[in-house]
Design a protein around this ligand. Sequence first.
Ligand SMILES: C[S@@+](CC[C@H](N)C(=O)[O-])C[C@H]1O[C@@H](n2cnc3c(N)ncnc32)[C@H](O)[C@@H]1O
Length: 465
Amino acid sequence: MEQEIVLQWEHKGRLVLDTRAAEGTGLRLTEPEMKRLVQPRALHFIARHTAQGAQPVRELNDSENLLIKGNNLLALYSLKRVFGEKIKLIYIDPPYNTGKESFGYNDRFRHSVWLTFMKNRLEAARDLLRPDGSLWINIDDQEAHYLKVVCDEIFGRENFVANVIWQKKFSPQNDARYFSDNHDHILVYAKDKNRWRPNPLPRSEKALARYKNPDNDPRGPWASGDLTVKTYNPACDYPIRTPSGRVINPPRGVCWRVSKQRFEELVADGRIWFGKNGDGVPRLKRFLSEVKSGMTPLTIWTHREVGHNQEAKQELRKALNDRAFFHTPKPERLLKRILEIGSMPGDWVLDFFAGSGTTAAVALKTGRRFIAVEQMDYIREVTLERLKNVARGESSGISPLVGWKGGGSFLFARLMSGNAALERAVRSAQNRTQLSKLLDLLERAGGVLRGDGFASARDFREHFG
Ligand SMILES: C[S@@+](CC[C@H](N)C(=O)[O-])C[C@H]1O[C@@H](n2cnc3c(N)ncnc32)[C@H](O)[C@@H]1O
């Protein structure tokens, strides 16, 4: 079906491997070249990390956490065979295209390349999501609205869930030229909104404090709610006599929430509160034991609840024992909130713009399984080091909140670039001896392979042997 409204831009139909490389050959790839680009690559497993340290990877199972070094477009296409429709939640925090990054194109070029770059990845990511999964994108004002339209196109406008506003800064920047920008957007999409539901959040101390028991009701603490509603219904407009004898009518244009008969039933059941002296406007008692087990998430998240950018930098510094630095981490409390709403322990969570690995760290600490992808070399001294420390039980970020003492494991892997050549060599092996030699060589080169549907060197051997 033809779409009624489309966002059109230059390079929309291309594949962008890397925004920095786009000006070179990136945008001139031919169709067959683009097809080749998205063929699955093998993963070279470097080591398995646990609290006890690094061990060689001799065998694999499909439930191990993965930290992958490599380009995320290639990684997404490579993960498809094993992880297609398996991921419960994807969180990404892509480069915001603020103009501060070092690719020196004119703004129009950068804007269009960035949109293509995101479109390519979101299309591939959608295939990895479970039918009841969700996608969360952290973004600022610069691109949020264009990105929303691109997401509508890929996920369907009907699957848009919310635009969460996160207060990322707590103090105003008075030297800002126009406005002091202190929020980010978090766009939330369901793969299928009919099948996705947010998990209720645990009630905060503040929310719990609203439930009291001034009349010693045996049903326990309660909070009182308004008994009037604005949608006027004459059947619900009647006078009420308080225990003190005062007669109260609903304000003009407003009526009571319930009919006279229902009101009397509620009074008989001790569910109407007329204030301490029995003289107040009637209110409805809502018992803590009867309300939904948690709170429905709101769309404004303050720094008090989920942290801010400075907090994120401090907790990362602590998690890395001050040995490395990363400029744009997100606070662990923010990811905790997201993972709590969108996933349960044991679910797969994916972040393919991993940066310092906040999503993976929070996933480990809260019992989710994770895949994290990062292309830059600092993955070793920042992301890998952080996750090693998490496994050893570091005490920063949400550790005290969740009682984290360490544990868990993950595999550190590299996306192989020479997979095609390798496969060609294996396919053209003349006999078993040659094949066996090749596989031995591969294994000695470090670890086992997965990619093109082969879970291990043994699978590979069985298939070709
Ligand atoms: C804003 S940071 C993410 C920060 C992260 N949320 C955290 O808490 O640390 C974006 C990251 O995406 C990475 N990135 C950008 N393009 C990528 C690509 N094509 N493949 C893999 N990683 C990429 C960047 O190197 C950077 O580390």
